[in-house]
Design a protein around this ligand. Structure first.
Ligand code: NAD
Ligand code: LMR
Length: 338
């Protein structure tokens, strides 16, 4: 596009073509909401990712500055900026992976569902663009409330006849990142050695850490189980309150988003055994969407693992989670269908 905010010279174009010809791994990634609190550090970290050859930064504000800044990093990816809805289609055309952190964040006292009225419309518009310009892209949806925005995206894609449930993933990675950190603290381990499956959804009681399935195998007292579960479920609120009106988690979220996006890119490249938790179209429960461990491959979600054996505390938690999730999913679906 001639009038977009390309921050590239002919050498960048040469670099892109050269990578394409050489067959070296290089994926085209777009970040929608790239000038935001999550978007900026996410853009920086994706620019550092060797699997990314082209990075498109789209937002309705401030992409010229963010793009100029990021584009000076001496890593391989070619960076281009796109500003405003008239440049959305250029931002999306040809993308392999689209990461969406666009939308308003919480302030103290709000629930994620309080963001629905603003963010639902933003996600709908962005997903209409994806249907039109890169219907085969893998979509990593971060915008809250994830429990509703993923169903919204699915309905938009269905309306456009482009829906492939394997390619739409709600990002719940931050719950896993927090769970690993908090559990490691209690166990006195390095968090990098801990893996906690977190299932359900991404809000309050729908966030269900399966502490009976932590790796390495370990056990907790009932008190530890209750306080860890509560801290993991309220990790987002802990940050919102500490930021005292200046937004919600951005840095840990950018880290988690990159961890998840990197897994998607490795799977797209054909790496085997890439397993992460994500909120996806699912038959693990009677609900149409549910977060659980999924195996990623060239087409997105290749396999969804069952929840495995739950203890009594987790079974009770699962029922609570499902009850709230059902309403949030329905709210998203009817937003598009109404
Ligand atoms: P932010 O306000 O700092 O940034 C959001 C960005 O979105 C802004 O730059 C804004 O201009 C942009 N934006 C608004 N409307 C847009 C549109 N129509 N198209 C493109 N961009 C648009 O907020 P943030 O802290 O980056 O959080 C973004 C979202 O991510 C929030 O909804 C937040 O609740 C959510 N979030 C999710 C998780 C998770 O685990 N899934 C974690 C943290 C935050
Ligand atoms: C989080 O878990 O940090 C995000 O969902 C943001 C929020 O509102 O808590």
């Amino acid at each position: 596009p001639s009038d977009n905010l390309q921050m590239e010279g002919s050498s960048n174009l040469k670099r892109e073509n050269c990578r394409a010809k050489g067959g070296s791994p290089g994926f085209k990634v777009a970040i929608l909401g790239a000038a935001g609190g999550i978007g900026q550090p996410l853009a920086m970290l994706m620019k550092m990712n060797p699997l990314v050859s082209v990075l498109h930064l789209y937002d309705v504000v401030n992409t010229p500055g963010v793009t100029a800044d990021i584009s000076h990093m001496d890593t391989g990816a070619v960076v281009r900026g796109f500003l405003g809805q008239q440049q959305l289609e250029d931002a999306l055309t040809g993308m392999d992976l689209v990461i969406i952190p666009a939308g308003v964040p919480r302030k103290p006292g709000m629930t994620r569902d309080d963001l629905f009225n603003i963010n639902a419309g933003i996600v709908r518009t962005l997903c209409e663009g994806i249907s039109k310009c890169c219907p085969k892209a893998i979509v990593n949806l971060i915008s809250n409330p994830v429990n509703s925005t993923v169903p919204i995206a699915a309905e938009v894609f269905k309306n456009a006849n482009t829906y492939d449930p394997r390619r739409l993933l709600g990002v719940t990675m931050l719950d896993v990142v927090r769970a690993n950190t908090f559990v490691a603290e209690v166990l006195g381990l390095d968090p990098r050695d801990v893996d906690v499956p977190v299932v359900g959804g991404h809000a309050g009681v729908t966030i269900l850490p399966l502490l009976s399935q932590v790796k390495p195998p370990c056990s907790f007292t009932q008190k530890e189980t209750e306080s860890l579960t509560s801290r993991i479920q309220n990790g987002g609120t802990e940050v919102v309150e500490a930021k005292a009106g200046a937004g919600s988690a951005t840095l840990s979220m950018a880290y988690a988003a990159v961890k998840f996006a990197d897994a998607c890119l490795h799977a797209l490249r054909g790496d085997a055994g890439v397993v992460r938790c994500a909120f996806v179209s699912s038959q693990v429960t009677e609900l149409p969407f549910f977060a659980s461990r999924v195996r990623l491959g060239r087409n997105g979600v290749e396999e969804i693992y069952p929840l495995g054996p739950l203890n009594e505390y987790e079974r009770v938690g699962l029922e609570k989670a499902k009850k709230e999730l059902a309403g949030s999913i329905e709210k998203g679906v009817s937003f598009v269908r109404k």
